[in-house]
Design a protein around this ligand. Structure first.
Ligand code: NAG
Length: 404
């Protein structure tokens, strides 16, 4: 009798262990391994150059068969330019608890981005830690507001050819130029990320995305000196929600239409977000230039609050950041199937809705639904401006729609 109870207990115990292992999703408990950068000589004293230690920790973790986890503990880890390259043997996490500190001198970073992940799948970067770009030491070197061929300073963190991955619970502060840069990423989720730089810091885009698809960005808080999110050439299927943006230049598509190797941008949802004190809310910008005839289509902007925003709704097909711009041709980019639904709040400019499209290729299927944007000032109430727009408006419409 006693031995039967004992055996039954043993069976139940084995069953419990078995189910808990499968519940965690790992193949076996000893498949997991932590690669602590300290065991490779890294020190979180704010001075030691940890580049080599981080590179070695990554290399071992990336080659590990099982679930590898690179671990950066609390402390301030001074780090030079690094590229963490895959493909890795298994899925891999990069956990940052402490602060990674960039070199003050941009010349010591001989790549476009301070920290790069490249050719990695099933990557998680997380941990609640901070990326400190120390940009305040180099912002004065930035002359992009005066010159087209200005010097590019390194961005904080980049993901290139990274798939089925995520970035979560990371804070980026004071990048030299952009904070996070995504190029050729697929099936990537960015969540609970905080981005901070002064509103007047030059070209400090929050999240830049190019040539990527199936990306989700949600629950992010971005205050910076340029676009909160910049959606560049070649993106499809992006979903963006629960964003707080400000200060900054809003959520932008483009600029497009200037370079021959550009691609179309299709399938963008921006919803349930707040823009506070930004120069723009949602914006699409293309150059009046003989660039490629790409399409910008299938965009949905839903439930967006604007608080003291310069241009809450802004399609500008004569984008010219450094006037004067001379062009004999109108923009060749075709904008179509763009819907603005339930956009409300305050505009600091009188023109709260600006739809300036190309006179060669008018915007088509533009829909305004339930717009309530208020401007108060000596120049009178908010207005809407349309150039070469084909579409319709319905629901509450303030300012009155200019789409005929
Ligand atoms: C908007 O920004 C101002 C100034 O930073 C701040 O005081 C206010 O609480 C913000 N409003 C919302 C709704 O986030």
């Amino acid at each position: 009798m006693v031995s039967n109870v004992c055996c039954l207990m043993l069976i139940l115990f084995i069953a419990a262990v078995g189910s808990s292992v499968s519940a965690t999703g790992s193949t076996s408990n000893d498949g997991k391994k932590v690669f602590d950068v300290r065991s490779y000589g890294a020190r979180g004293d704010g001075k030691t150059v940890n580049t080599m230690a981080f590179t070695k920790a990554w290399k071992d973790a990336c080659g590990w068969i099982g679930y590898a986890r690179v671990y950066v503990p609390f402390g301030t880890f001074y780090l030079g330019a690094v590229t963490f390259t895959g493909p890795c043997k298994s899925r891999i996490s990069f956990i940052i608890k402490g602060t990674l500190l960039a070199p003050k001198d941009p010349n010591s970073i001989k790549q476009d981005t301070w920290i790069i992940f490249r050719y990695v799948d099933y990557l998680t970067v997380s941990g609640g830690g901070i990326l400190d770009g120390q940009g305040s030491y180099s912002w004065t070197l930035n002359d992009c507001r005066k010159s087209h061929n200005c010097r590019a300073l390194p961005m904080n963190m980049g993901f290139q050819f990274v798939k089925f991955s995520r970035l979560r619970r990371i804070k980026s502060i004071n990048s030299k130029m952009g904070h996070f840069n995504f190029f050729a990423a697929q099936h990537f989720t960015i969540s609970r990320v905080t981005i901070t730089a002064p509103g007047d810091s030059p070209n400090t885009d929050g999240i830049k995305i190019g040539l990527s698809n199936h990306m989700k960005i949600h629950d992010v808080d971005i205050g910076t000196g340029d676009d909160c999110i910049a959606i560049l050439s070649g993106n499809t299927d992006l979903e963006i929600f629960n964003v707080r943006c400000g200060p900054g230049h809003g959520i932008s598509v483009g600029s497009l239409g200037r370079y021959t190797n550009e691609k179309s941008v299709q399938g963008i949802i921006v919803r349930d977000s707040i823009f506070n004190g930004t120069s723009d809310g949602v914006r699409i910008k293309t150059w009046a230039s003989s660039g490629p005839r790409n399409v910008v289509s299938n965009f949905r902007y839903n439930n967006l609050q604007m608080i003291n925003v310069g241009n809450p709704i802004n399609i500008d097909q004569q984008y010219c950041p450094n006037p004067p711009c001379y062009s004999k041709v109108a923009s060749q980019v075709h904008i179509q199937d763009v819907k603005f639904n339930n956009i409300w709040g305050t505009s600091t400019n009188k023109v709260a809705v600006k739809l300036r499209c190309s006179n060669t290729f008018p915007c088509k299927d533009v829909e305004l639904v339930d717009i309530n944007l208020v401007h108060s000032g000596p120049d009178g109430p908010a207005t809407a401006l349309c150039e070469h727009v084909i579409g319709w408006a319905r629901g509450k419409m303030s300012p009155a729609s200019c789409i005929r």
